[in-house]
Design a protein around this ligand. Structure first.
Ligand code: SF4
Ligand code: SF4
Length: 306
């Protein structure tokens, strides 16, 4: 049993209580217009080229058994139909300009990495957060990792987008100590347009999760022109007030630094060049949620002054 993990972030303080290690699983059923982790969307490993590191050594070209690389005047062209992310080019590059994102690992291997920070979890009431992408896309791996962490006494959090088979998600929720759930858009048509999936299964899963009685933190990314309207936050707040186990609501300010990751994957990012949200806007939206009765509302992230 292996899973595909694209990042293991140690000393994380934004993904649940205390100091945590966040394990990012590859593969997501949604396609949010603003997604900050494009390297987590596809299930399989992918090759990334870092233009700023490339010294034009060309060792990668001869190392590729598929002939999938071409270094042109405007940069590296990766034939993604041919490339199987074998990593030979990455090993050959003396400058580290090519990297395969997404490692096949066993739950035990990832657990060993997570366990390195056991002392920090104990001292801060932290633990391990399973995130993505969407952990429910790799249910066997996710279950085993949650069991290994719980067996070692580590607090566990499941970070989910909520769009998953209810049975699969329920199984993972039962294994975790708490859940972080993203709720983005309350209008069904806009939700479909900007995330690519139906809203209703997400809302049904939110009710199912809340019915499990575990601590639930809800998170909404505040994205200019997508999720940042007063009506959207008011509508989400009204829904959240109907979930009895919600302990906290986080509004996460738009992060506009991920354009480079899209370019490294030859993907277009529609929000390239979009400015940050203002602090006043974040405060205004947080006030709407508080006035609607949502408990423990916070906002965070980089903002601009005006
Ligand atoms: S749910 Fe999260 S990981 Fe998936 S596309 Fe949306 S923002 Fe990206
Ligand atoms: S990852 Fe493998 S197949 Fe893809 S470009 Fe590099 S060497 Fe070629």
């Amino acid at each position: 049993m292996t899973g595909t993990v694209f990042n293991i972030q140690r000393f994380s303080i934004d993904d649940g209580p205390g100091i945590r290690t966040t394990v990012f699983m590859k593969g997501c059923p949604m396609r949010c217009t603003w997604c900050h982790n494009p390297e987590g969307l596809e299930y399989g490993p992918q090759l990334m080229w870092f233009d700023v590191r490339c010294i034009g050594a060309r060792d990668c070209l001869s190392a590729c058994p598929k002939g999938a690389l071409e270094l042109t005047g405007s940069g590296m062209v990766i034939d993604r139909e041919l490339c199987d992310a074998c990593g030979a080019c990455s090993e050959a590059c003396p400058a580290g300009a090519l990297e395969v994102v997404g490692n096949e690992s066993t739950p035990g291997e990832v657990f060993d990495e997570v366990a390195r920070d056991e002392a920090f979890y104990r001292n801060s009431s932290g633990g391990m957060t399973l995130s993505g992408g969407e952990p429910a896309m790799q249910p066997g791996f996710s279950s085993d990792l949650l069991k290994l962490c719980s067996g070692a006494g580590f607090h566990t959090a499941l970070d989910t987008c909520g769009y998953a088979s209810p049975d699969v998600l329920e199984g993972l929720v039962e294994l975790a100590d708490m859940v972080l759930l993203d709720l983005k858009i309350i209008d069904p048509l806009v939700h479909m347009e900007l995330t690519g999936v139906d809203l209703e299964p997400v809302l049904q899963n939110a009710r199912m999760i809340s019915g499990k009685g575990k601590p639930l933190w809800i998170r909404t990314p505040v994205i200019p022109g997508c999720t940042d309207s007063s009506d959207n936050i008011a509508g989400l707040s009204s829904f959240i007030c109907g979930l009895p186990t919600v302990e906290r609501y986080d509004l996460l300010a738009f992060n506009n630094t991920c354009g480079a990751k899209y370019r490294r994957l030859d993907m277009e990012w529609k929000l390239d060049g979009t400015p940050l949200v203002t602090g006043d806007k974040m405060e205004e939206l947080a006030s709407i949620a508080r006035e609607a009765g949502v408990p423990n509302v916070h906002w965070s992230g980089a903002t601009r002054e005006r």
